[in-house]
Design a protein around this ligand. Structure first.
Ligand SMILES: NC(=O)c1ccc[n+]([C@@H]2O[C@H](COP(=O)([O-])OP(=O)(O)OC[C@H]3O[C@@H](n4cnc5c(N)ncnc54)[C@H](OP(=O)(O)O)[C@@H]3O)[C@@H](O)[C@H]2O)c1
Length: 235
């Protein structure tokens, strides 16, 4: 049966690759982006027509996210998968403590950690209509406290650690409603964020992850924080 999937940060990088992969697999994709005219999305829209519904969302605005949920509910009464993928680093994230601008931490936290909760809250009435709803928060090994080795990227790493906690709370909360909530480290990918030296191609990662989600999506008792092979990742 055709899956209805909502993806944030669909304008480029992994989010755009997820969008392409779910469309190739015959799904209907609500591709959420700050700029729905982004070239990659426009290309996919030309190819897949009505199966791709671009939805304008900046995940920092509660009003905008709620408005987007209303728009989406005009197209569908359920969602099967929500992929909370949108994220950023601040401009000085990679600078050492003395040089990084800590005033950038809150905006990053708002996008990377609160954004996925905001989206989940707004789309809850749709995802709970699926027989086996799945919410995937795209996290990172950088959010793991027990394996942390970095000495910088405070904004990003702290926000991903907070996202992991949010994922666990949502997992506990939505379990009884048959919605599985997981946090996934996708691996180091060649995107604007990951840079050109990264190991993984984002489209190949999207293909691997969509297969993984089919396998483990219903496994509500399984691990909550996982890597791209589905193995439990240390918190
Ligand atoms: N790349 C890696 O190696 C790597 C490793 C581990 C985890 N991750 C995670 O994987 C996910 C995808 O990363 P990526 O590498 O594809 O990053 P990317 O290429 O930098 O793309 C980030 C996406 O997030 C969107 N976004 C940023 N702020 C937003 C906001 N306020 N509202 C809505 N959308 C917003 C961007 O939209 P605009 O085009 O409008 O800016 C863009 O579509 C992220 O969660 C990232 O943390 C990436």
């Amino acid at each position: 049966m055709c899956k209805k999937v909502l993806i944030t940060g669909a304008s480029r990088g992994l989010g755009l690759c997820f969008t392409r992969k779910y469309l190739e697999d015959g799904g209907v994709v609500f591709a959420c982006a700050r700029d729905v005219q982004a070239s990659g999305l426009v290309e996919l829209k030309e190819k897949y027509g009505d199966a791709l519904i671009p939805v304008e969302i900046d995940v920092v605005g509660t009003e905008a996210v709620n408005k987007a949920a209303k728009t989406v509910s005009q197209y569908t009464d359920k969602l099967d998968i929500i992929i909370n993928n949108a994220a950023v680093h601040s401009a000085t994230s990679f600078d050492i403590l003395e040089e990084t601008d800590l005033d950038d931490c809150l905006p990053v936290y708002d996008i990377n950690a609160v954004g996925p909760l905001r989206v989940t809250k707004a789309f809850l009435p749709l995802i709970t209509q699926s027989a086996n709803g799945l919410i995937v928060n795209i996290s990172s090994e950088s959010g793991s406290i027990s394996t942390a080795g970095r000495v910088k990227e405070f904004d990003y790493c702290m926000a991903k650690a907070a996202l992991n906690m949010g994922t666990k709370l949502l997992h506990n909360y939505l379990k009884d409603r048959k919605v599985n909530v997981i946090a996934v480290h996708p691996g180091w990918m060649r995107t604007d964020m990951g840079g050109s030296n990264a190991h993984l191609d984002p489209y190949e990662t999207a293909c691997k992850l969509t297969e993984l989600f089919k396998r483990i999506g219903k496994d509500i008792e399984g691990p909550v924080f996982i890597d791209n092979d589905g193995n439990e990742y240390p918190w």
